[in-house]
Design a binder for this molecule. Sequence first.
Ligand code: ZN
Length: 379
Amino acid sequence: MSDTSATAFFWHERCFWHDQGAIGVFSSPGTFLQPQPASESPESKRRLKNLLEVSGLIDELDVIKPPPASREDLARFHTDAYLDALEAGNAGLGGEAGEAAPYRPGSLDAARQSAGLALAAVEAVATGHSRNAYALCRPPGHHAEADRGRGFCLLGNIPVAVMRARALGQVGRVAILDWDVHHGNGQQAAFWDDPDVLTVSIHQAGNYPLDSGEFEEQGGPGARRSCLNLPLPPGCGIGAYRHAMQRLVLPAIEAFKPELIVVACGFDACAKDPLGKMLLNSGAFAEMTRSLMALAERVCAGRLVLVHEGGYSEGYVPLCGHATLATLAGSAIAIDDPQNDEIAAWAYQDLQPHQRELVDDWHRRWFDACDATDRTGHH
Ligand code: ZN
């Protein structure tokens, strides 16, 4: 079944059993809001998995259900005190893992399974077992920090996976691209002082978290320019994302010369998302995937892992995810997505002058700084 020509797909039903409770009951935006289902629910992920079944795409994938992450694997990133607290809450009544990360009894089992998907996906690709891979993780991980959960995330799926692969000598230099509409603060914090891991985040400026994700944040003293943030203004569409990718994201990753590329793959920059204000369609996610695959072929023998993060449109995440996975697998299966053309025809999808100005300015500052560093003989 498994061979390096196939795209591996990692999922587990247990990931869908995590329950954050209702907003207004467990986490409160105010006394007068009628309780409503939490934004992060299994539905968008489960519907993506079901669509893969119905379209037949799943039959072209190497489907793998790995074990949950071990305590030892989690402890490479997370503090013992945090893991102890999660274990106590998981066995008791649940609780709040930090900030906007409520959990219930059993949630840690889902989170450990979620991290297990990511680490197995990274291992499969890093060791050459699979050509590329997609991990349908839930709960998401890119906001989780070493000592607390944040923003619906309990465990840092990608940091746990990358730290494990590096500890086991499966891979050296890794580039992580986060295209979730929210800032990838978890990866940034995890690898802030690590010059061998480049973290890139392209996100809506000042959405979540409010206090991180600025361009000026570029890594710790021993790891300057190992962190690249593109905080885009709300309203960016297909043209803006294409320009940001071609002009800065892809060249920055290529210059870094990674041995593996990992994507924090949120679909909440899509036009239908309730928690983001960007304008992408399913075709845009397919295009970003295609451009990364081409880059991965050039720099790291095609080694590319996509790890599912946010995305809260129950109707549109499945279509964006299917387009992404079909691209990753080189499948001919295409499904009818009428919203793709409708969204593409919206006004302001083309690159706007203020968007170009921002990206071009970041490009100049990023590569001028790199040139200056090269001339002084450092890094
Ligand atoms: Zn998000």
